[in-house]
Design a protein around this ligand. Sequence first.
Ligand code: SF4
Length: 275
Amino acid sequence: MPALRAAKSCRRELHMPENSELLRVLNDEIVACRKCPRLVEYREHVALEKRLAYRDWTYWGKPVPGFGDPRAQLLIVGLAPGAHGSNRTGRMFTGDRSGVFLYQALYDAGFANQPSALNCDDGLRLKNVYIAAAARCAPPDNKPLPSELLNCRGYLEREIDILRPKAVLALGKIGWDVFLGILKHRGAIPARVGYRFAHGAEVDFPEAGLRLFGVYHPSQQNTQTGLLTPAMYAKVLRRVRRFLELEPRLNTGLPEGTECTEKRKNTLTQRRGGH
Ligand code: SF4
């Protein structure tokens, strides 16, 4: 995976304090982005019109930057901000039903200091987790266009380069596919075909030094219909935690931070479902 390897620089072990600054610079760029005219118009329109229940709020109305622990080993890839959730509060998964479900699950699994996310000043801290998204602007009907996902992908790539995650958790098929698209773009896999998304899916990418996990997106549509339950998230997050704590970084067998000096065999293994 040439591009990922070039960006490693053994940062995890040697230069970790840089991460906060690099993420801050990146997030400033994200917040200022206007690459997608349709999404710019929509996010700003929603911010002006508002939902009645939030009429006293000054909506964020801009792209939502990444949020979490700059030393995170786990990178979560969501879909896009909710029109009246993150697009209102300015923080990932904050202020809507998806966030209620997700942060409770992260808290229960020991990845967050509190189970709720109301606004940017609510004291929420993530532990060993950083949350990003496939698209940073709220899309109409929660559906970003392929061209918009492509426009936004570079931000996720830079987060990957900065964090060097040991595991990636894709919330839903779009996040899963966008991440695979990055691997393909960087030559780590020949095609996305063959890496089928499912709740509980796991794929090892030794060349990228990480494991990809998949879960259903915590949208209201999924949680209120019973397609997705807290127990289902707890089960996957337990596996993620066990992987982070007990298993060595994929591909190297070396202490983290020294893998950049090694050439490794590009082998892929895939595990799916039901773990
Ligand atoms: S979706 Fe991403 S690329 Fe498009 S305007 Fe928003 S931040 Fe920029």
